[in-house]
Design a protein around this ligand. Structure first.
Ligand code: GSH
Length: 291
């Protein structure tokens, strides 16, 4: 095995600001705001502060699915939070999410705004508010919540573990890449076996568990995460492939993945969403054809 340079941890950890790696500039060992700035507020009941990463996409898919079902109360303004520029550390954002991570939701439909952070909590909040995509029958509900929480516990190994060491760390460490590749392949096998016996993750119905898992593991299955498709032989997970395509074909999922997106084909980027018609008129190819 290739060995990284020797390192003996000091007695007390101190912040080495030059530790490197992509995203090093936004990593800090302390919480709280770095600057004063209020968040913008639009006209809709739901105010979403987010970015089109897998964690953000979970929520925009849910909101688009709710709107597709006719729940007008799910109308939303999706504001862009550029995490690479530290916008998650503004005083306004920290008031909505003390953890300074997208996505964060403010429900302004009642007399007092309700804040919700953590994508899983946002999905459950919306599912309960609108009575959709979370079964009420106890066994089906338990299965849905089990898979939802599976995603919350598993994705950090995919993103913070595998993705970080395979794609973003300033040096390739064989031990770390091996450890997390093994775990991510195990997770894909968990999903593949489940999807061999069940149409959707939690059973015969499409639920918030699918919405939580698809942006992460569907992306991985299609080679869209960390350019690791070949490395992880993702084509072998046939049932995950089938399910990924099935969800990708849903119009609401297609719209949801465009919202707050800042990379890729300009026609796929709707950087902010304030109206249903924005998908037709405000994508990057239409509003900034040269950039
Ligand atoms: N467990 C959280 C994770 C959220 C998260 O990690 N968000 C990332 C982007 S995908 C973020 O905002 N990072 C900014 C930072 O760490 O400063 C959730 O599911 O909502």
């Amino acid at each position: 095995m290739n060995m990284p340079p020797d390192y003996t941890p000091p007695k007390v950890w101190t912040w080495n600001k030059a530790s490197g790696g992509r995203f090093a500039n936004i990593n800090r060992p302390i919480a709280g705001p770095t600057h004063e700035k209020e968040l913008p507020v639009g006209r809709h009941p739901m105010q979403l502060y987010s970015l089109g990463t897998p964690n953000g996409v979970k929520v925009t898919v849910m909101l688009e699915e709710l709107l597709a079902l006719g729940h007008a109360g799910a109308e939303y303004d999706a504001w862009l939070i550029r995490i690479s520029e530290g916008e998650q550390f503004s005083s306004g954002f920290v008031e909505v999410n003390p953890n300074s991570k997208i996505p964060a939701l403010l429900d302004r439909s009642g007399p007092k705004p309700i804040r919700v952070f953590e994508s899983g909590a946002i999905l459950v909040y919306l599912a309960e508010k609108f009575g959709a995509f979370l079964p009420t029958e106890p066994a089906a509900r338990a299965e849905t919540l089990s898979w939802l929480f599976w995603q919350m516990g598993s994705a950090p190994f995919l993103g913070g573990g595998f993705g970080h060491f395979y794609a973003y760390a300033p040096m390739k460490i064989e031990y770390a890449i091996d450890r997390y590749a093994m775990e991510v392949k195990r997770q894909m096998d968990v999903l593949d076996r489940r999807l061999a016996e069940s149409e959707y993750i939690a059973g015969p119905d499409y639920t918030i568990a699918d919405m939580a898992i698809w942006p992460w593991y569907g992306n991985l299955a299609k080679g869209l995460a960390y350019e690791a498709g070949e490395f992880l032989s993702v084509q072998d997970y046939k049932n995950v492939q089938r399910w990924t395509d099935q969800i990708a074909a849903r119009p609401a999922a297609r719209r949801g993945r465009m919202v707050n997106r800042v990379q890729g084909d300009p026609a796929s980027q709707l950087r902010e969403r304030h109206d249903a018609s924005d998908f037709e008129t405000k994508t990057q190819d239409k509003i900034a054809p040269t950039t």
